[in-house]
Write a protein that binds this ligand. Structure first.
Ligand code: FDA
Length: 397
């Protein structure tokens, strides 16, 4: 039986970083990947330009049943460490917004950087190879890969989450966790668009593609970013962010003019644009189509839509302004794993050491990356978690 110091299951962002780190410590490393290529999610990320980290990464940018868990890994391998690596390889990048760093050219630059490091430090990568079973042995583990049995002193599970089912296989990490008696917290799609009911979809069909800045909030969180109207409902960064905090049946509030008290503004406009219709006044802030749609569909006015501003009472304008500053929507569902960027939940961190990513009760078995119950906000945080947790495990295998 061929033996390695470390076998890593999954060559995504976390598995690649772990492999490089362990190999730099002169460990013999086998990285097993079921797909034909490594880092497929890196390649498709950030619209092909990979938002590889965020300059303002803080533990507050992550969701977990154990919010303190991510602190150790994030402080042991920070965003600045990954930025150093990117700089060493001469990869060009820029800050798009809110500390989000994207490649200037292509996500391929990040994958090439990681592959170069793997080759330089003699990581053995086996593509088109699926790990189907893992057993503990008196010393180390036996790993079944493509009908062969291999052995390793340490095994790192870096199998990712459940998003983009077409990229399967999914769920092997959770299966291994259960086999070894580690709790797996319920999973759900996160950073995912909302589906609105069929009435909304019908009424808003023509508006698909319109976007506006808003604050999307619920009882737990608020995000000020763009909202995009889609054929099915709502998307855009503000919606993806709040989706991670949403439970079925709950509402979301959209402040459609975050910088303005719309009630006061509309009353001012009544003085200045007395003969204009409400939709004309609102089209100073929103696209013409969206402004008209707001008046006819979203505001549900008990009055003639065509009234001019002078005919609208101050109380009416106050109600309109307040509604648009606190517009409540009831998503029917999310689009699910098919379009979700990440998976919420996963392997319960209480079973893992935050300092090493190793299982507390199973020496030599590690879990890293998205498989673990640590989920980042939108904006490069999920890759930073993959780099940080991968590096920490690589230092401790
Ligand atoms: P990842 O899923 O990347 O890798 C797991 C690997 O394990 C896969 O390659 C899989 O094939 C392999 N595997 C699973 N089971 C196996 C088995 N039994 N045997 C062998 N191999 C197995 N994040 C961010 O920070 N910035 C961004 O710009 C984006 N953009 C983005 C866009 C889209 C469309 C998606 C879907 C996601 C993002 N993300 C993101 C999220 C980010 O891609 C994600 O958090 C990381 O890729 C997770 O890395 P992991 O290595 O944990 O899992």
């Amino acid at each position: 039986m061929k033996n390695y110091d470390v076998i890593i299951i999954g060559a995504g962002a976390a598995g690649l970083m772990c492999a490089i780190t362990a190999a730099k410590r002169n460990k013999s490393v086998l990285l097993v990947e079921h797909a034909r290529k490594v880092g497929r999610k890196i390649l498709m990320s950030g619209g092909g330009r990979c938002n590889f980290t965020n300059m303002y990464t803080e533990p507050e940018n992550f969701l977990s049943a154990n919010p303190h868990f991510c602190k150790s890994a994030l402080s042991q391998y920070t965003q600045w460490d990954f930025i150093d690596l990117v700089n060493q390889h001469g990869v060009a990048y820029h800050e798009k917004t809110l500390g989000q760093l994207f490649c200037d050219n292509s996500s391929k630059d990040i994958v090439q950087l990681l592959l170069k490091e793997c080759h330089q430090h003699n990581v053995i990568i086996e593509l088109e190879s699926k790990v189907t079973a893992l057993e503990a042995m008196p010393s180390g583990f036996s790993v079944s890969v493509n009908q062969r049995s291999l052995s390793a002193g340490a095994v790192v599970v870096a199998t990712g989450g459940l998003s983009i089912p077409s990229m399967g296989p999914h769920g092997f990490g959770y299966q291994i966790a259960e086999q070894f008696g580690l709790p797996v917290l319920p999973t759900s799609a996160a950073l995912v668009p909302f589906v609105m009911n069929s009435r909304w979809q019908k009424q808003s069909a023509e508006l698909s593609g319109n976007s506006f800045d808003a604050i999307a909030s619920n009882h737990a969180q608020s995000f000020k970013e763009a909202v995009l109207l889609t054929h099915k409902g709502l998307s855009g960064p503000a919606i993806l962010q709040i989706s991670s905090y949403w439970q079925p049946g709950e509402s979301i509030t959209l402040n459609l003019a975050p910088e303005m008290d719309l009630a006061s503004w509309l009353k001012q406009q009544k003085q200045q644009m007395a003969k204009s219709q409400l939709k004309t006044v609102l089209s100073q802030l929103f696209s013409k189509r969206l402004a008209a749609h707001m008046v006819t569909s979203w505001l549900k006015l008990n009055t003639d839509d065509n009234k001019v501003m002078a005919e609208l009472g101050d109380k009416e304008l106050e109600a309109i302004g307040n509604t648009l500053n606190n517009f409540t929507v009831y998503p029917e569902a999310t689009e699910g794993y098919k379009t979700a960027e990440v998976t919420l939940g996963g392997i319960d961190t209480h079973s893992l050491s935050s300092k090493t990513m190793m299982c507390n009760d199973i020496p030599g078995l590690f879990f890293i990356g998205e498989a673990v119950d640590v989920t980042g906000h939108l904006g490069g945080y999920n890759f930073q978690w993959a780099w940080s947790s991968g590096w920490v495990a690589g230092q401790n295998v």
